[in-house]
Design a protein around this ligand. Structure first.
Ligand code: TR5
Length: 152
């Protein structure tokens, strides 16, 4: 019983800290942890890289395959939309190409990961209501298990 309680406690603690991370994340134009990954200052499990896009495995995977795809140059793309007036405009006309490239690259990486036969899910969490925690636009590629709808 004690170990069951410990498992439950750690489960809820993990949920709380994940949620807290997103709730405490103040939308900001400041550099993020992803810049350090791009500059190879901290290690990441990189699965794809070209001159514009970097893809690496999520440190806290929510599915057997959980990969983040990010633009190597953020260029104002903290996310998709503008949450606070303090922030720059975010997705603009000039970002159309990189936004399309991220989506297309997600398909390439999905193929690389063997996900094309059964399918997969792409997610962008945007702003506090979307539970975004890192303010460098990123696409989540999730696969390798049956997804449910609606998402939590
Ligand atoms: O909540 P959003 O949509 O903003 O997604 C941010 C994602 O970044 C989460 O799924 C985190 O698990 C993931 N993340 C956070 C860090 C990190 C990471 N993925 C790979 N490597 C990471 N490092 C080294 N450090 C992080 N803080």
């Amino acid at each position: 019983n004690r170990s069951r309680i410990q498992v439950l406690t750690s489960h809820f603690t993990a949920m709380a800290s994940e949620k807290e991370a997103a709730l405490l994340a103040v939308p900001s134009d400041s550099p993020t942890i992803f810049d350090k990954i791009i500059n190879k200052e901290i290690p990441a499990n990189i699965v794809y890289e070209d001159d514009k896009v970097l893809a690496f495995r999520d440190i806290n995977p929510q599915a057997p395959v959980h990969i983040l795809l990010i633009p190597k140059v953020r260029d104002g793309l903290t996310g998709l939309s503008k949450v606070f007036c303090l922030l720059s405009e975010r997705a603009e006309e000039k970002h159309r190409e990189i936004l399309g490239q991220l989506l297309y690259t997600a398909k390439l990486v999905a193929k690389q990961e063997g996900l094309l036969e059964n399918g997969f899910r792409l997610v962008i969490n945007d702003g506090p209501s979307g539970c975004q925690s890192v303010y460098h636009l990123h696409l989540h590629l999730l696969g390798g298990r049956q997804m449910n709808w609606p998402p939590g």
